[in-house]
Design a protein around this ligand. Structure first.
Ligand code: SAH
Length: 377
């Protein structure tokens, strides 16, 4: 007997408007026969008014509202955990549709409020001192999952009704390597910078990378935002060990890419470099001297990050005196240097402590066993 195949017409999955930047939104409206200005209206409703129910969008016709109700949605991840640190840092663990969990952190300072946003579920880069890396990697976040973090944090901070709890800056320094999730990160950054959405200026959005050189060049062509580079070592032997991506994109090439990035637009006055301070590993005067040589001619903001320990890391934090000596050497050489204060470590919200819940697809254990694990990027 012949097998009978029945095909049931599955209803079309509604499109999530949350992650559409202005162009994509305009495209969507043109496809459904609406005028491009609808994109601005929707963007404002979603990101400025925080409205997710089409029925409340009073300047849209009844007919359009009904159509959106049928074809589209504004859908957000669930807040699985919401923690407040003694120092005012607030961390959210967000549960995604597929059960994975990511983390987002708000860090208040006297003159700003910085939101640290994740770009991937886990991370494939496997930096030796980072606990996100230990979780393995599952997938890229979609543009809506990235911007949802800003949407949710804005709403939930507003509910606090306290002064100084507003997002003024966004850094893509949460879980993941943003430049390995290029298109979705670009869309989300465009929404962050859109005047009809969050209206953040180019100085207030920072994309952080471990040094994916081709993507640094590409993002420099199409977006004007700040770039942070996680350097952590001053020679290839050590950087290969700390940031395995260095085997593919070594230091000399990385520094050349930084120069190219700065050359593209004057507005990019400088690059932020991140340098984690590991006791006896990369924190000696000889490293400071090498660093000064490397950074010659690159306008720099140097962020020295005291290592945030986690069980089994095998590293210790450099003593504060050592960090200060290191910092003094850089400052004397004319490099603007900041020792980053550890924030939110009582709620595991500090750099490198974001782990979420990652269903590891990268078979990290097996790859660890391979003689020389080469990154595929
Ligand atoms: N993958 C991107 C974005 C992550 S940003 C990048 O590498 O830039 C997170 C920052 O925290 C990076 O500079 C990372 O190197 C740093 N970091 C990771 N683990 C850390 C730890 N245990 N202590 C301090 N900083 C850490």
């Amino acid at each position: 007997m012949a097998a009978i195949h029945t095909t049931v017409a599955s209803p079309k999955k509604p499109i999530n408007l949350l992650g559409l930047d202005r162009n994509a939104m305009a495209q969507y409206f043109s496809e459904i026969g609406e005028k491009p200005f609808r994109a601005q209206q929707l963007t404002k409703w979603i990101h400025q008014q925080g409205v997710t129910d089409f029925e409340q969008m009073s300047n849209l016709s009844k007919k359009l509202r009904a159509q959106l109700q049928a074809d589209a949605e504004i859908s957000l991840p669930q807040v699985a955990l919401d923690k407040l640190s003694a120092d005012g840092t607030r961390k959210w663990v967000l549960q995604l549709d597929d059960g994975n969990r990511i983390e987002t952190v708000f860090i208040p300072e006297s003159d700003r409020g910085t939101l640290c946003v994740s770009s991937q579920v886990g991370c494939a880069l496997d930096c030796s001192f980072c606990s996100t890396g230990r979780q393995g990697f599952n997938r890229n976040l979609t543009a809506d999952e990235i911007i949802a973090q800003v949407w949710l944090a804005s709403q939930l901070l507003e509910e606090e009704k306290k002064p100084g709890r507003k997002i003024t800056n966004v850094v893509l320094m949460g879980m993941g390597e943003p430049l390995l999730n290029f298109d979705n990160v670009v869309s989300a950054v465009r929404i962050m910078m859109d005047d009809f959405a969050y209206g953040l200026s180019k100085r207030r959005v920072t994309v952080s990378t471990a040094g994916v050189i081709p993507a640094m060049d590409r993002i420099g062509e199409i977006l004007d935002m700040r770039l942070a580079v996680s350097l952590h070592a001053t020679n290839d032997a050590l950087r290969d060990e700390l940031v395995p991506l260095n085997k593919k994109y070594p230091i000399t090439e990385l520094m050349a890419a930084c120069r190219r990035f700065l050359d593209k637009q004057h507005a990019r006055s400088r690059i932020t470099f991140e340098y984690v301070m590991l006791d006896g590993v990369n924190d000696q005067p000889q490293h400071a001297r090498e660093l000064i040589r490397l950074l010659k001619g690159i306008p720099t903001l140097m962020n020295l990050i005291p290592f945030n320990p986690f069980p089994g890391s095998g590293y210790r934090t450099s003593p504060m005196k050592q960090i200060e000596t290191f910092s003094d050497m850089l400052v004397k050489a004319g490099i603007t240097t900041v020792i980053r204060r550890t924030r939110g470590d009582d709620i595991d919200a500090a750099c490198g402590q974001l782990v979420g819940k990652v269903e590891d697809k990268s078979r990290r254990e097996r790859r660890f066993a391979e003689p020389r694990f080469g990154m595929k990027v």
